[in-house]
Design a protein around this ligand. Structure first.
Ligand code: ADP
Ligand code: MG
Length: 468
């Protein structure tokens, strides 16, 4: 000790990286503290093992590269885990809080630490419509969702001002509902405001009921007096013309009163069909942010979080195995975990790599289970029109090919979750507007030519039976 001191190189490295990384990334991961120097290494402390693994993987090479540039020595970085009490930790994002809390829970000395809770929380109990476990603490932030999660946190802290309205969109099981409810839960506790969470489907049903019972005034009052209105899955509103109309007016009333409005949707608003233009423009106002599927590292972290929240212990290598094999979305990840836990409880045996492999064989084996692939649609449609699959995907634009191609695009839009952008890629690298145009053409033809509907039904059946 004492003979070597590389602290200035460490400081400069961190400084440089601060300039090179986004602010989000920097705050999320650079919660490292210089501890000491050894002959050819620097020891820094991090708040947890999970954190160490993440940082190693993401930045170790880059940090060591910089250290070499600055010092001319091949200095390595060694990590040491050091619990920190909350008040001394660097500014933290929700994910860091998660990690620190996990460490703190393990520590029995926690009770003896001074615990200045950041906010004097009004103890309001549980919100009737919100799931208690859908919190920011339980939400793992990765590169796929950090923008959405940070926006959500800002909204929860400053409803009606930060981002209003806000719309989060993305595929099934990527955490839209969780984030939305996390906002609700936090604002409910901290802001003490009137929060309504409802799915677009229930909103529609309630509205229809209110008409039936001559209670539309009550309905309007309820929604137009909220401080925060959270409407989940607005894609459900497609074709619901009167509900759209009602929501439009609710939106305006709340927006004018600077109340927070928030939506989720399974696709970008531009891709919603059968939606009034004026409501569409309301959805698009404010912030629209998307959720992407999580990377392998984030999937590992989510699984670790989920097992922790449920109070179960599963070996890391099993969690990694699941993360490696289930990449579609978080809901499927959780389902695998649930299956293993159920098995372990039933057999009273611990979960091992072997049992996991055995138990999750079907899940791993069939990546897009129950999900029709675009390839299947293309093959079936091509076959039906006696074309080759390659022609259907090609750039050829003869009539004999364009129509089946447009039909395939239309069907893919109807029965899969793929966005027009993704579909464009699958159809020979076309632009998403081409896909939209193709779908429109079919819609027009459907109006003029009802028999086309029968063809589509036939194709749908063939597609469904294709794999069985
Ligand atoms: P969506 O509404 O987008 O279909 P959900 O919010 O219902 O998805 O998420 C599905 C499941 O995955 C939920 O149990 C949720 O808690 C979990 N989940 C999704 N993303 C995350 C995340 N980043 N961290 C922790 N859990 C997540
Ligand atoms: Mg949802």
């Amino acid at each position: 000790m004492g003979t070597w001191d590389y602290s200035i190189f460490w400081k400069e490295t961190v400084n440089q990286l601060k300039n090179e990384l986004s602010e989000q990334e920097y705050t999320m991961w650079f919660n490292m503290e210089y501890e000491t120097s050894e002959e050819l290494s620097i020891v820094v402390s991090v708040p947890s093992g999970f954190y160490r693994d993440q940082v190693k993987q993401r930045y170790q090479g880059r940090i060591e590269g910089k250290l070499y540039e600055l010092s001319g020595h091949h200095l390595s970085v060694d990590f040491e885990i050091k619990q920190r009490s909350k008040n001394t930790a660097a500014p933290s994002s929700a994910s860091q809080d998660n990690i620190e809390e996990k460490e703190e829970k393990k520590s029995s000395s926690r009770a003896s630490q001074a615990q200045p809770r950041v906010i004097d929380q009004k103890e309001r109990g549980k919100h009737p419509q919100l799931r208690e476990d859908y919190t920011f603490e339980n939400f793992v932030i990765g590169e796929n969702n950090s923008f959405a999660a940070n926006a959500a946190l800002a909204i929860a802290k400053n409803p009606g001002t930060a981002y209003n309205p806000c719309l989060i969109y993305g595929g099934v099981g990527l955490g839209k509902t969780h984030l939305m409810q996390a906002i609700g839960n936090l604002s409910w506790k901290e802001q003490g405001c009137k929060i309504i969470y409802i799915t677009a489907e229930n909103f529609t049903n309630e509205f229809v009921e209110s008409i039936k019972n001559n209670k539309t005034t009550d309905f309007k009052n309820k929604y137009r007096n909220a401080d925060m209105l959270l409407i989940d899955d607005i894609h459900f509103l497609q074709k619901k013309i009167e509900t759209q109309e009602e929501l439009f007016h609710t939106f305006n009333a709340l927006y004018d009163a600077k109340k927070q409005i928030m939506f989720t949707c399974d696709r970008p608003v531009s891709e919603l069909k059968n939606l009034s233009e004026r409501l569409r423009s309301r959805f698009e106002r404010g912030l629209n942010v998307d959720l992407q599927p999580p990377s392998y590292e984030t999937r590992c972290a989510i699984l670790a979080k989920k097992s922790e929240v449920r109070g179960i212990s599963i070996p890391v290598e099993v969690l990694n195995l699941i993360a490696k094999n289930v990449s579609s979305n978080v809901r499927d990840l959780e389902a695998s975990l649930t299956k293993l836990v159920a098995y372990a409880e039933l057999t009273k045996k611990p979960v091992t790599l072997e049992t996991a492999q055995q138990q999750l064989r079907d899940v791993f084996g069939a990546p897009k289970q129950n999900n029709v692939t675009i390839e299947t649609i293309q093959k079936v449609v091509a076959d039906y029109f006696s074309l080759s699959y390659t022609d259907l995907k090609s750039k050829k634009r003869t009539k004999a090919i364009s129509f089946p191609r447009q039909l395939a695009m239309y069907i893919a839009r109807e029965i899969t979750e793929y966005s027009t952008t993704e579909l464009g890629m699958e159809f020979g690298g076309r632009d998403h507007t081409t896909v939209m145009h193709g779908c429109q053409k079919i819609e027009e033809r459907l109006k003029a030519e009802p028999s086309l509907e029968t063809t589509i039904q036939k194709l749908n059946k063939l597609i469904k039976d294709y794999n069985s």
